[in-house]
Ligand binder design. Sequence first.
Ligand SMILES: C[S@@+](CC[C@H](N)C(=O)[O-])C[C@H]1O[C@@H](n2cnc3c(N)ncnc32)[C@H](O)[C@@H]1O
Length: 299
Amino acid sequence: MAEVIEALRPKPGGSYADGTIGGAGHATAILEASSPTGWLFGVDRDGDAVEVARARLARFAGRFEIRQGNFAELAERVEAGSCDGVLLDLGVSSPQLDVAERGFSFQQDGPLDMRMDKSQSLTAAGLVNEEQAEKLANIFWKFGGERDSRRFAKAIERDRQLRKFETTRQLAELIERLSPRAGKKTHPATKVFQALRIAVNDEIGSLRRGLDGALQILKPGGRLAVITFHSLEDRVVKEFGRRLALDYVVAGDVDVPELRQSATPKLRLVTRKAVLPGQREVEENPRSRSAQLRVMEKI
Ligand SMILES: C[S@@+](CC[C@H](N)C(=O)[O-])C[C@H]1O[C@@H](n2cnc3c(N)ncnc32)[C@H](O)[C@@H]1O
């Protein structure tokens, strides 16, 4: 998204953190725009992405450092108040979706894995084969908005007694049997796969910690740009921004004006509404169709 670079306004001598370096597309644009002296610190949970990014950024040698890790720990790796811009471009990358062995996709058969960090022990198969039906249903509903969550979870619990779930196809076929496609635009297993991925990688927990960390490492006037791919993530980012832009804190769960306590706002919302990709970008990259960008500035 060109809007990301416009929002971050990279400049020579500036210092930037990319919490989701992926294929280094945005990182390249940041290093180019901040030539010749801008600095970039990048992380990704995925070791494969880290290697690809290092190779792609070779021409900027001396101006960047990349580590494998979770952006939830950004504040432990980058000095507080040192960055002019932080980017979090959430979700999975095209290579993760396209390599069947990573187990993210129901379109291709692969092991039921879905770990972004391959050194982690919990996999999607682990959840599907071990969790109680009630917990699985909760995951499908909370992280996927799947209306048939209970029915699917019960069927999984029944089927796994005969044969453990090992592959993405096995799970996708069960959901297809329970919920025939019948001309629907999206595959019936879409929400279940999204929910499992979010649970396996603790994506919402990481996002909350990552947002707090990003704010800590920014300089006053520095900007945070976050790209989300589904409403659950976007809500977390929106609420984080709105809460910290207020000049008061809400006491309790309900905002009662008389009970507000004054506070200093920590950030300013640069985008009041989420920015959506333009038609051209969606045509060039269909996976960008559900992307939403929010930008904030530290005060
Ligand atoms: C959409 S891609 C990023 C693409 C990148 N901006 C580019 O221009 O090539 C998302 C990346 O974020 C990584 N990721 C997701 N959650 C993460 C987390 N909590 N910490 C670090 N990396 C994460 C994934 O492994 C994936 O490589």
